[in-house]
Design a protein around this ligand. Structure first.
Ligand SMILES: C[S@@+](CC[C@H](N)C(=O)[O-])C[C@H]1O[C@@H](n2cnc3c(N)ncnc32)[C@H](O)[C@@H]1O
Length: 341
């Protein structure tokens, strides 16, 4: 099904298809490089041993690592790249050393769309990876350095193109017509640093859709960038969702892009969002679902504190449990959900 949709995209929109493939290949390559860099020093020590081999437990003890399942995940990635070979309870280094030059060479093959979004995260992710191996929990989304990195990432094409797909998918002009050209009330939920909010605003203006646009997040730090930097001149009402909950039955449309894999209970989040919608309101946006091709990006966001992408079946369950219909495009990860009548 998913493959069929992706091929459909290749025929319908070859340029978008190329971006998709660049992004998938690029994130796979880049995440592997980050993993190799993060573990370079520890692995190179093993490479100096006469047999180039070490027991997993010993390697963990030497490096104060506590999270064995994560270590195995990371070693499996390095195994695919030909750096190590895992043998039951130990592993062998296959190269003399992991050298920066080789990693740099690999990095040259990573598409710009990926580097634009994630290169800034490189050092941070290497440190985060070691901390997760040591059993240290992730920092909050808006801890100082992280909010700047997210701001860079969310500005890039990687996220912008996904949001554009979702805006087109939702056919907001039809919604406006149904509203008899009364301003549609629209909320950007989990707006981050506001790039998506500005994108919605631009889209509504281009389509001449009358609107009242609001945006919220739980991150004080990102909201600050949104309201005082990205959208300073604009008539958008930003609010902190931790402090204020929207009115029930109020919005014509709620947009939510790459947020549902962050909370502990996405079913509850969908339920809350449904309650803020008018009876015929729409909930739409972007949500990546898990597949082999997104494995590395899923790992990356888990290292940063997300719960990980849902399987497609799980994604549908979030809406079924809330008595909502949902249409989902697995090629672009855009979706549109409505209340069941
Ligand atoms: C990957 S960012 C996406 C930001 C934005 N939607 C975009 O597309 O640019 C995920 C956002 O979800 C927000 N978030 C996470 N958990 C949330 C929650 N429980 N309620 C509201 N926002 C949340 C984070 O603070 C962050 O801004």
């Amino acid at each position: 099904m998913s493959l069929f949709k992706i091929l459909g995209l290749a025929i319908r929109d070859p340029a978008r298809f190329k971006v998709l493939i660049d992004a998938i290949k690029g994130t796979q390559l880049y995440a592997n490089i980050v993993v190799a860099r993060a573990l370079q020093a520890q692995l190179n020590k093993v490479a100096e041993l006469s047999e180039k081999k070490i027991a997993l437990e010993e390697f963990m003890q030497q490096n104060n690592f506590r999270n064995k399942s994560l270590l195995l995940e990371l070693l499996a990635l390095l195994e695919k790249d030909g750096f190590v070979k895992i043998k039951k309870d130990d592993f062998v280094i296959l190269k003399k050393q992991i050298v920066e030059e080789e990693l740099k060479k690999r990095e040259k093959k990573v598409a710009p769309i990926v580097l634009d979004a994630f290169e800034a995260f490189g050092d941070y992710t290497e440190r985060a990876l070691i901390e997760r191996l040591e059993g240290v929990p992730p920092a909050s989304f808006d801890s100082n350095e992280l909010r700047v990195l997210w701001n860079v990432a969310l500005r890039g094409d990687f996220y912008t193109i996904q949001r554009r797909d979702a805006l087109n998918f939702a056919q907001l002009d039809k919604l406006a017509k149904r509203n008899q050209n009364q301003p549609i009330r629209i909320l950007d939920f989990g707006c981050g640093s506001g790039e998506g909010t500005i994108q919605i605003l631009t889209f509504l203006r281009e389509k001449n859709i009358p609107h009242n646009l609001e945006a919220c997040d739980i991150s004080e730090g990102l909201l600050e960038i949104a309201a005082e930097d990205e959208a300073l001149e604009e008539d958008i009402y930003f609010f902190n969702y931790k402090e204020r909950k929207p009115k029930e039955g109020y919005y014509d449309a709620i947009f939510i892009s790459q947020v549902l894999h962050w909370p502990d209970d996405p079913v509850q989040m969908v339920s809350d969002l449904k309650s803020y919608l008018k009876e015929n309101g729409i909930l739409f946006g972007v949500q990546s679902t898990f597949s082999k091709r997104l494995y590395q990006i899923d790992l990356f966001i888990r290292l940063l504190g997300a719960k990980g992408f849902p399987e497609e079946k799980e994604f549908y369950r979030w809406f079924e449990e809330n008595d909502m219909n949902v249409r989902f495009d697995p090629a672009t990860y855009t979706f549109l959900a409505t209340k069941k009548k």
